[in-house]
Design a protein around this ligand. Structure first.
Ligand code: NAD
Length: 287
């Protein structure tokens, strides 16, 4: 297993729901982290969220006030991707749109050190397709974290067609170094997690659309009957309804089966801007 080197920073693009969590866990584990987002407001909100979560840990005596400030000191927001020069691992966590991700990898590929690992947190876009944008597809890998990142233990590591075993081993070690449990999958639409999860969420939305039960009853039945920690509609709100819609569209297109077609109600919610927790309204309302 590769030795962990904390002398070289981690680079993250995208400071939304996932990116901010990824930044936090690496900084908390002693890595310097550089973070860039197209939106300055997203960076400000990410830093404020990390600050709030760390403060809560101080109050609960899980970390000291000194550890909190040391973690915040390790995070450097950057305006320009040309500043990613020294990173050992670059993680893309921008919006789930192929063109957005491809443009980011085009912009950073020549900036990053030739031996730096290029990783994406995509939920469903082909790792092999994104790797082909870069000059070193053997260094490209899927590093799929789960929401909320500081809490969820899993990292689904996704191997592209050309990903090398050395890249896998380094990413496996880095995932363990930030306290996660890495599990390996190959590059197929939705990998393991979303290929199984998204049809369940979609079916719950179809149940709601067909008037089978209320959101509370659908979620309660799945929670109590199947021992799930939360129901599928509440989970969809947490993931983001736009993210669920994008993933289902990829599954539907790439696997070519009707069972993956996004429920019309999901499409309607996305068009209405009801995206779940992040817009304070989805299948439920949030304060
Ligand atoms: P989000 O909408 O909360 O955040 C995306 C961020 O990317 C935004 O802050 C946006 O400003 C930024 N962005 C967009 N285009 C950019 C660009 N060209 N350059 C720099 N920044 C840019 O989305 P999210 O939920 O954090 O999802 C991010 C990625 O993580 C997606 O690929 C998603 O599929 C994946 N993912 C999401 C979840 C989840 O539960 N939300 C779970 C696992 C993986």
């Amino acid at each position: 297993m590769s030795a962990i080197d904390k002398s070289k920073p981690i680079g993250v693009v995208g400071a939304g729901a996932m990116g901010r969590g990824i930044v936090q866990i690496f900084a908390q584990s002693g890595f310097d982290v550089m973070v860039h987002d197209a939106s300055a407001a997203a960076i400000d909100s990410a830093i404020a969220t990390i600050n709030k979560l760390l403060e809560r840990s101080v109050t609960k005596e899980r970390i000291t006030a000194d550890q909190k400030s040391a973690t915040l000191m390790r995070i450097t927001p950057i305006n320009d991707v040309s500043e990613f020069k020294p990173v050992q691992l670059f993680i893309e966590a921008a919006s789930e749109k192929p063109e957005v991700k491809k443009n980011i990898f085009k912009a950073v590929d020549d900036v990053l050190p030739s031996d730096a690992i290029r990783a994406t947190n995509t939920s469903s876009i082909s790792i092999t397709e994104l790797a082909a944008i870069t000059k070193t597809p053997e260094l490209f890998i899927g590093m799929h974290f789960f929401n909320p990142v500081p809490v969820m233990k899993l990292v689904e590591i996704v191997m592209g067609l050309e990903t090398s075993e050395a890249t896998y081993e380094k990413v496996h070690a880095l995932a363990e170094a930030v306290g996660k449990t890495p599990l390996r999958a190959n590059d197929h639409p939705g990998f393991v997690s979303n290929r199984i999860l998204m049809p369940m969420i979609n079916e719950a939305i179809l149940c709601l659309q067909d008037g089978v039960a209320t959101p509370e009853a659908i979620d309660g039945i799945m929670q109590l009957g199947m021992a799930h920690p939360m129901g599928p509609l509440r989970l969809a709100d947490l993931i983001g309804l736009d993210v669920c819609y994008d993933i289902l569209n990829v599954l539907h297109r790439d696997l070519g089966e009707d069972k993956y077609r996004p429920a019309p109600l999901l499409r309607k919610m996305v068009l209405a801007g009801r995206l779940g927790n992040k817009t304070k309204q989805g299948f439920y309302k949030y304060e």
